[in-house]
Design a protein around this ligand. Structure first.
Ligand code: PLP
Length: 453
């Protein structure tokens, strides 16, 4: 069973995996020789096992994508069954797995987003959504938030706001950045959510006017920004964005790659705000990462642009049967086991009160925020100045100490700059969730020791 100790053979295999990794594998976003990747040998539900056989509670859901936890038996079986039946078809053919995945996704997405273009992941979903917006409007520029992540390919990384854009910026591909609302670090000197929302909308409208509405194809926004810090937008903001997009003839793209498929306690984070975008990008949770898949959900109006005129884009693996079968099984498992409801209710009844108590107890916590299974803890050196525990765009010895302390206590955290995110699987049980939160509560004592003032 997964709980038995690793055998000698498994230990040897893990050691070899590490050695070969260091010799031949080139990793994402990293200085290759500063890396010490954790070998993962097993996974089950909310847990993973490392190369020494240590069991860790996965509070990261890997890269915030294993929304149904690891190795869900029904999804594993569906992938195996599809593999036995039909592994692959060319994108121009029709296939039962792909058709059913598209039907299920169309049913879940808001508004009239009833046509699904499948991609291999999130970045290419963003690339295609922007291309559709450009072709539909005949315009070029794309507005996006500074505090955002939209993917690692050329256009997606330029649209991204976070510092990974900067070394990849060779002329910015038509991307223009603006400030989305973030009350804790307000750019608008706002004291309330209402002020933040109103002023952020005024700022966006000014940006549209100064850039020229006649040049702007799209506004792309994560409905709740993920990697950038889980800033739940204040009431009225996304409605305001929708209205501005309509007013100026701009396509509104909701990037739900991280926030979608139940992460925020609704099928899509935008469902919290009763807003329908023109295009919606998804990936990650759609298959819980078991097989790579992403896509764009398309409104009838944008679809009609390509009804008689070819869409000039495509991929060999668009709607790959193994990925599509994984999506169908994932969505059905999420529905059958009420995972979205579980995320919403445990978020409210367990995570929110636990984080509120921690924020009271630990002077190193500047703010906690989130919803569903999508929470951020903002760590600071000084509560009054809000100086972060790691600078924007970097790590720090203090943050590394915290991450190490989590791991040695059996918790795999998600960390970004000065933040720890609480993003476990949506179907985590209350006991595991409480146990993980108790470990965080304990390790924040270490952060408290660095608080000044
Ligand atoms: N968009 C958002 C909001 C994301 O969080 C991510 C990945 O973290 C992406 C796009 C890119 O997705 P992928 O890594 O699958 O290309």
């Amino acid at each position: 069973t997964t709980d038995s100790p690793l055998t000698e053979a498994e230990l040897a295999s893990a050691k070899r995996a590490y050695e070969l990794d260091r010799k031949h594998v080139f990793h994402s976003w990293s200085a290759q020789e500063q890396l010490k990747p954790m070998v993962i040998t097993r996974a089950d539900g909310s847990y993973v096992w490392d190369g020494e056989g240590n069991k860790l509670l996965d509070f990261s859901s890997q890269l915030v994508n294993t929304n149904i936890g690891h190795q869900h038996p029904k999804v594993v079986a569906a992938i195996q069954e599809q593999a036995g039946k039909l592994c692959t078809v060319a994108p121009q053919h029709a296939n039962d797995a792909r058709s059913e995945a598209a039907r299920l996704i169309a049913e879940l997405t808001p508004g009239d987003l009833n046509r699904i273009f499948f991609t291999n992941g999130g970045a290419d979903a963003v690339e295609h959504a922007i291309r559709m917006a450009r072709l539909h409007t005949g315009k070029y520029k794309v507005l996006s938030a500074y505090r955002s992540y939209h993917g690692g390919t050329a256009l997606a990384v330029n649209v991204t706001g976070d510092p990974r854009r900067i070394p990849n910026d060779y002329g910015n591909a038509g991307a223009v950045h603006f400030h989305a609302p973030f009350l804790y670090r307000s750019q608008f000197h706002a004291a309330t959510e209402a002020e933040e929302s109103q002023r952020a909308l005024e700022h966006l409208e000014t940006a549209i006017q100064l850039e020229g509405a006649s040049n702007i194809a799209a506004i792309i926004l994560e409905s709740i920004p993920g990697t950038a810090g889980i800033m739940v937008p204040p009431p009225g903001y996304l409605q305001g964005v929708r209205e501005l997009a309509t007013k100026y003839g701009i396509i509104y793209i909701a990037d739900e790659v991280m926030s979608g498929f139940g992460r925020a306690g609704k099928w899509f984070a935008i469902d919290h705000f009763d807003v329908a975008p023109d295009l919606l990008t998804f990936a990650k949770g759609v298959t819980s990462g078991y097989v790579p898949l992403g896509g764009v959900a398309i409104s009838e109006e944008i679809y009609s642009t390509f009804a008689q005129r070819p869409y000039p884009g495509g991929l060999t693996y668009s709607g790959h049967p193994l990925a599509s079968a994984a999506a169908v099984a994932t969505i059905n498992a999420m529905r059958d086991e009420s995972m979205v409801e579980n995320a919403a209710s445990l978020g409210e009844s367990v995570v929110a009160p636990a984080l509120a108590r921690m924020a009271e107890r630990h002077p190193s916590i500047g703010e906690v925020r989130g919803t569903g299974m999508f929470w951020a803890i903002e760590l600071v050196k000084n509560r009054a100045t809000r100086e972060p525990l790691a600078p924007y765009g970097a790590s720090s010895p203090e943050m590394n100490e915290l991450i190490g302390a989590c791991k040695s206590r059996g918790l795999l955290p998600f960390a970004n700059f000065n933040r720890i995110h609480v993003v476990p699987p949506l179907n985590i049980n209350a006991e595991d969730l409480q146990a993980g939160l108790a470990i965080l509560d304990e390790v924040f004592d270490l952060a408290d020791a660095h608080v000044q003032g």
